[in-house]
Design a protein around this ligand. Structure first.
Ligand SMILES: *Cc1c(COP(=O)(O)O)cnc(C)c1O
Length: 398
């Protein structure tokens, strides 16, 4: 490209397209999928040049594991999305989280982790980090002053904003200021924002972690993660750890993510519009005690959302004035919402949030109401609303 368009919507359409063939002056629009392959060198001098550049921290391919052109193009996309200088791919969102913890922590270190983070982070702690002598303290990111929790060996402040069960907005700039005061790295899971509607690095975090499986891919057909940073020293640590742990991302998944991300702006806006319409309907129903969706003016995080986000998405949760038995009837009665974890694809999903998931989550007041999490897909919102209406009617009648 001869010039650099400034807007992210433009960059997302022009990053990772094929270069013109100098012989024909022509090129396909879509990057031909370059599968991972063993790399071969013309002579030893070429190999040694590559090794020298790699040792200096450049992204030089000397072996197929880190991927070829398709992967480079997708890394560029994540850098644009997150406004970072370095992006590292991982084979899933969870493995991107694992990469972050393994890169930033050593035996004897301590990390403060927000109590609302993605559930499997607890499994990472219990199954791996504890065994390696890494200690974690969970804290309430909207309440606790971290000063009382920081120890001499605390290195990392790990958060997720908004949380992926109740979508509570965190004051990321304030957390960044606290992290700076105590010399901690602030890392944030940005799967909700996916680099499009929320920018943790611009708000003061040093590391942003994204599950590309969700909105970046957008079609429920790939697993992918990314760790993005704008700190050269942290980038070296992430790079080395990614290498040492042997991470490798399928070229097919990377290519699908590259294709999916072209429509991220359109999809995100439509998910957000549909979700607001569904919220309006749910707010009118007596069975709904409370809605969790930061774009709603009534949401407790709305002021932070207005300050820090440029849009919203299809995620919302509803606390229901229904018994657990009635909530189960409601979920089973839905026809257009599939029961499933995950989100960010084109389709609507519902998850009955297990009360034990909310138990350690101090944002949740825990008044016994059943909570359902909905991902509002790209279906016509009127159809989704009719589906929710009939399911609520059936549940209330129990
Ligand atoms: C889904 C998800 C992850 C993990 O992503 P996978 O690709 O499924 O491993 C991490 N964080 C959040 C907030 C998620 O929703």
């Amino acid at each position: 490209m001869a010039h650099h368009p400034a807007h992210l919507d433009t960059l997302l359409q022009h990053t990772g397209i094929a270069e013109f063939d100098p012989a024909t002056g022509a090129a396909p629009v879509g990057l031909p999928p370059v599968r991972t392959s063993t790399v071969r060198f013309q002579d030893l001098a070429a190999l040694e040049r590559a090794e020298r550049r790699k040792a200096a921290g450049e992204r030089v391919v000397a072996y197929g594991r880190m991927g070829l052109d398709t992967h480079v193009a997708l890394e560029d996309v994540f850098k644009h999305l997150e406004q970072g200088t370095h992006a590292y791919l991982a084979p899933s969102g969870l493995s991107a989280i694992t990469l972050t913890f393994m890169a930033l922590l050593s035996a004897g270190d301590h990390a403060l982790v927000a109590d609302n983070v993605y559930g499997p982070v607890h499994v990472l702690e219990q199954a791996v980090l504890r065994r390696l002598g890494i200690e974690i303290t969970y804290f309430a990111p909207n309440r606790d002053d971290i000063a009382a929790l920081v120890r001499p060996n605390t290195r990392l402040l790990y958060v997720e904003s908004p949380g992926s069960l109740l979508f509570e907005m965190l004051d990321l700039p304030a957390l960044a200021e606290q992290a700076r005061r105590h010399g901690l790295v602030l890392a944030s899971d940005n799967t909700w924002g996916s680099g499009y509607i929320y920018k943790p690095l611009a708000l003061g975090a040093q590391v942003s972690v994204v599950a590309g499986t969700k909105y970046v891919g957008g079609h429920s057909d790939l697993m992918l993660g990314a760790v993005v940073t704008n700190d050269a020293e942290l980038a070296q640590r992430i790079n080395k750890t990614q290498y040492a742990m042997g991470y490798s991302v399928s070229a097919d998944d990377a290519w699908l993510a590259l294709r999916g991300v072209r429509t991220l702006p359109l999809r995100m806006a439509q998910h957000a519009r549909n979700a607001l319409q569904v919220c309006d309907f749910l707010a009118s129903r007596p069975e709904v005690a409370r809605l969790y969706h930061p774009a709603l003016p009534a949401d407790a995080g709305h002021a932070l959302w207005t300050r820090d986000c440029t849009g919203s998405n299809g995620m919302l949760s509803a606390a229901l004035r229904l018994s657990m038995e009635q909530a189960r009837v409601f979920v089973d009665a839905l026809r257009l919402f599939s029961i499933g974890y995950s989100w960010g694809g084109f389709e609507s999903l519902v998850q009955l949030v297990a009360p034990e998931y909310l138990a350690g989550h101090r944002y949740w007041s825990g008044d016994g109401q059943a909570v359902v999490r909905l991902h509002i897909g790209l279906e016509a919102p009127q159809d989704l609303i009719e589906d929710l209406r009939q399911a609520l009617d059936r549940a209330s009648a129990v």
